[in-house]
Write a protein of this length. Structure first.
Lengths: 190, 190
C-alpha cells in the first residue's frame, strides 16, 4: 500500500474514532491528513469507498496485532486468550480500531452497502479464533468436546458486546476485560 | 403516561428503527405521528430529550415483555432463558426495540449526554437477569457456584453482541438465537 493511501486511512480512523462513521465528512479526513480533498476522491472514489477501505485497514491493523503473538510458544488456549483480551487492551490504537469496528457494525443496520464487508470481516475474525481453539484441542489445552466454530462466534460476539459498553462509558475497560477472561474460562472449560 | 406522549414515543421508535438515532430529526417524528413539531418540543423540550425518553420507553416496553413471563411457573433458569432469548425473538416490536437500544449504545460513544441513562438501563437489565439466576440457584435449576452478577453482565453483553450482528445482517436471527441458547448453557452449566 502506498504511504500516502495509508496515511489517509490512519487519518480516517482518527476522525471516525472522534465523530463516528455517520459524522464523517471527507473534508475532515483531508484536513486531518493535511491534503487536498481531491486526493481522497483519487484514492477512494467516494465517501463510501473511504469508509470501506478504513474498515479494511483497521481490521488488517488489528490482525497484525493478533498475529504478532504467533511467534511466541503459546498453547492454543493462550493464543485465544491473548488475541481476545487484546481487543480490550489499553492504548489509543486499540480503542480507535474498536470504535471503527463498532461504528461500521452499527451503521450497517442502515447502510446495506457496508454489510457484505462487515460479514466477511466478522467471519474472518471468528475463523481465526476457531483455528486457535482447534489448535488448543490438538495440544490438550482445551477439552476435546468444545465446538470450536460456535465457541469462536460467541466469544467474538461477547468481545463486541463488552467493547461497546466500554466505549460508551457503561462499564470500565478493566471490568470488561475481567468479564471476558472469566467468560473464556466458561466457554473453554477450566 | 398520556396517550399522546406515548404515541409520539412509538413514532420515535419507528423512525430510529428506520434511520438510526443520528439520522433522527424531530420533523420526521412529527410526520410519523401526524402532529405538529411544536407538540414534540412541548413534551420533550428538544431532540436530546426526545431521544432519552424514547430509550426509556423502549426499555420499559422490553421490560414489560420480559416480565410477562413471570406469571408462569418457571424455574429461575427457564426465566433467564426466556428473557434473554426473547431479545432475539421474531416480530417487528423486538427488532425495533433492539435497534433503538443498539443505536443509543453506539451513539453514547460520541454523545456523553446519553451515557448515564444507558448505564442505568444496562445495570437494571443485568440486575434483572442476576436476580433470575439467583432464583435459579435457590430452586436448584442453576449450580450454586455460579457468580450471578458477572454471569448476568456477560450474558446481556452477549445478547448485545449477537443482536448487533443480526441487525447488521452479519448473521441470521436463528443462528444468533442458537448461539445464545448454547452460550446460556456454557454459563449456567448443564
Amino acid at each position: 500500500m502506498s504511504d500516502r493511501r495509508s496515511a489517509l486511512l490512519e487519518a480516517a480512523i482518527k476522525v471516525i474514532a472522534r465523530r463516528g462513521v455517520r459524522g464523517l465528512r471527507v473534508e475532515q479526513v483531508a484536513a486531518e491528513a493535511g491534503v487536498a480533498v481531491s486526493l481522497i476522491y483519487y484514492y477512494f472514489d467516494n465517501r463510501n469507498g473511504l469508509v470501506r477501505a478504513t474498515l479494511e485497514h483497521a481490521n488488517e491493523r488489528a490482525a497484525t496485532v493478533a498475529a504478532s503473538a504467533d511467534g511466541a510458544a503459546l498453547s492454543g488456549r493462550q493464543a485465544v486468550e491473548r488475541s481476545l483480551l487484546g481487543e480490550l487492551g489499553d492504548g489509543d490504537h486499540v480503542r480507535d480500531t474498536s470504535v471503527v469496528w463498532g461504528e461500521v457494525l452499527a451503521s450497517a443496520v442502515f447502510e446495506p452497502d457496508l454489510r457484505s464487508q462487515q460479514r466477511e470481516a466478522t467471519e474472518t475474525w471468528s475463523e481465526l479464533i476457531a483455528a486457535a481453539i482447534a489448535e488448543g484441542i490438538g495440544d490438550g489445552s482445551i477439552p476435546a468436546d468444545i465446538e470450536a466454530q460456535a465457541c469462536a462466534e460467541r466469544l467474538t460476539a461477547l468481545v463486541d458486546g463488552l467493547s461497546s459498553r466500554w466505549l460508551a462509558g457503561v462499564t470500565t475497560r478493566e471490568r470488561a476485560q475481567a468479564l471476558l477472561a472469566a467468560g473464556i474460562g466458561r466457554e473453554l472449560g477450566t
